[in-house]
Design a protein around this ligand. Sequence first.
Ligand code: ACM
Ligand code: ZN
Length: 632
Amino acid sequence: MAAHMKTTIVCLTALVLAPAAAPAATASLIPQPVSVEMRPGAFRLQAGTAIVAPPGVAEARQVAGYLASVLAAPTGWQLKVSESTYPLLRRNAIVLGLSGQSPAPVQPEGYELVVTQRGVRIQSPTPAGLFYGVQTLLQLLPPEIESQTRREAAWTVPCVHIVDYPRFAWRGMMLDVSRHFFTKEFVKQYIDRMARYKMNVFHWHLTDDNGWRIEIKGLPQLTQVGAWRVPRLAKWGTREAPREGEAATDGGFYTQDDIREVVAYARQRFVTVVPEIEMPGHSLAALAAYPELSCTGGPFQVNPGSNFYEKVDNAFCPGNEKTFEFIDKVFSEVAPLFPSEYVHIGGDECFKGFWKACAKCQRRMADEHLSNVEELQSYLVRRAEKILESKGKKLIGWDEILEGGLAPNAAVMSWRGMEGGIAAAKMNHQVVMTPTNFVYLDYYQGDPSLEPSTFGRLLLSTCYRFEPTPEGVDPKFILGGQGNLWTESVPTPRHAEYMTWPRGFALAEVFWSPKASRNWDDFASRVEMQFQRLDAAQVNYARTMYDVTLTGVRDVAGKPAVRMSTELTGCDIYYTFDGTNPDSFTAKYSGEPVAIPGDASVVKAIAWRGGRASGRVVTLAARDLTARLERQ
Ligand code: ACM
Ligand code: ZN
């Protein structure tokens, strides 16, 4: 990596010194803008460069201040921010202009960025567009611009003309802070990083079986009891249940001041924070605090990651009026904290078995003429929608809210594939697409033998193939998409970053860039350039795209064989069956599956690229490979 950085600096220095006729540099931007026209030459940022905001627009002035503060740490310069109207370029200045002051017509979140040797101009109809133009400008500076500490670099920006705007309005990331608690400082960093890639919705999964994370002043037990569980390290789902009298020391929650702080921070980055308060299922932490809201009465304990589903009641009782009083109280405090138009009510994976045996639930079903428990869930969701609407909010929920009948104005977040989203869109409801097989960032991104234990499989290249708008659906109902980081197997901030990047890059591009501009090879090379930025920012990321993927197959004779592949093109794969570490002197993979020798106990493979090992040695016991084969 260090060698790469040196090359970049040298190239950019050469560019500054080069005569005007020098060839234009290339830009390595994520997400790829709608139109990029590189021009020869470069603009050199200096201590005396001015940042100019349009007069009298607080949000635009704040974007200018944001730019000055990002530039300050690595350059050591406090660039002066002033307000003025400059329809054209001003010498040695970065001018932000709101349209009306320029002839360039762009879309609401769109912008036009012009860099010349004299100066930089960003033009947009909105402050949000100016912010996105600023993000592009930052990505045109050398990677060291991401550093939190003073760095030496040639602070130059290649001359360019960019016109850009997003494909989707909802460009989301979800972080689950229930399964593992993440501090508000980390949440802010996470939001900052997603905003760098022009994502604009932060879906905050605040409650679940394993922790209630938001202070509700009128229901203090929710955080006094519900935010804490016993500490466990074993694999999620296999953990020992709380022991008698064991102290619940693992957890945490956000005070309402914390929430306001995060929301304000996000707002400065044009990120809308959508809170999720789960109901009726996934509610064990709430029931540990208020067991009377369950069908069975408890007592309950906040779950530490042990297997309890269908054995312990984790749903609110929709037969009990107290449940609706609770929902009203919670939303009365949640709604004013979040400027978001939507509040997410969860609705997924509710085990309804305890409802079937509950007298109150049965009474409710009879009174309301509900013919099954799905309709009983729908009854609860419809009432939740009315409560939310009374507080000026719209309801969004996971696709299970379709079962038993969709609430009249609800938006649907489709996670069990795209089908729920398609059905909702056909009923003229708004949809956000988050199918497991394209956006679940908790899944393995590399060979499971090399990665920390988790569920499912989602490669970077698969994320990049995601298409949020299905055939035959009116695109106007597809708000956009979202990456979901569930944290059952994500216990630390560093690992949350690792699981998010670079797959978040792929999703950022899917949500922002024109569909026609998608190009995997080009994207992969831009990802490599972005890695230098993450290094400078000290953000963790996965290098799994450099590894080999081993797949068990059967050869023509029906014998177990192994297929080897890499996500990156232009790699050679070398392998062994004798336990030694492969390199460019061992057997080279031809592209056809290789039969596994009968007495081989292990397969090892590595990818080479540009004359060097590109990633890690993947080591798999032959029997594990054949076991994988059997499961396929
Ligand atoms: C979900 O993954 N249960 C929405
Ligand atoms: Zn009940």
